[in-house]
Design a protein around this ligand. Sequence first.
Ligand SMILES: [Zn+2]
Length: 252
Amino acid sequence: MKDWYNANPFFYAKIPTLQRIFIRQNAYKCAVIDISAIFHRLSIYRFMHLSSKLLEQAVHAFTSLPGIGKKTALRLALHLLQQDKERVQDFCNALGQMRTHIQFCRTCHNLSDFETCDVCSSTTRDKGMVCVVESIREAMAIENTQHYNGVYHVLGGLISPLDGITPQMLHIDSLVARVQTGEVRELIMALSPTIEGETTIFYINKQLESINADVQISSIARGVSFGGELEYADELTLGRSIVSRVPYKIGG
Ligand SMILES: [Zn+2]
């Protein structure tokens, strides 16, 4: 236990020198304090007995949400208890209505209140430009930039043989069908720069080649992020930035 700091080189390297000396001298004490604190917290939440079964049910329901622990769940449940009954009912109705009535757009597979989403049914959108994204979250992120006036196509995932995700499980056939209508002139591949993302782009490209589709395929720029410092960029990112350099434009 005395050499605890030697067994944690990664953690140890991140601690300023003065604190290292302190930890070296008090390694045993620190470890005991840390472990007892963890056990203390675990015992509180594992054996959290509430005075009401109904409250327990509500806390349990909240903990089923991602990122919500028992402590947060209890705080949320108690917060709702302090609200008017009508307000809490409105809150529950909103969740129920969303779950019951929301659907996927039959054209782009994005979330929609109707068979066709607002973007696909808009008359001001450029239907010839289709941005291909992995999920609705990426479509929302691009939409929030307010720099895109085309439409979308949500694949519903990326090809990943290791995870058992095959092309047939994604909305690739419907993308090819959209291109075959002749309405699409450009596909913008806004997929993650990962093996799965590159594999998916490659597969879609091959599918479109096989039907001699007359469509331009582009991918979003990949390189150094805005506000990032060059010396901290990894070699692959920096290399791609040089290869994919763009002409300088004032205000561009
Ligand atoms: Zn749509």
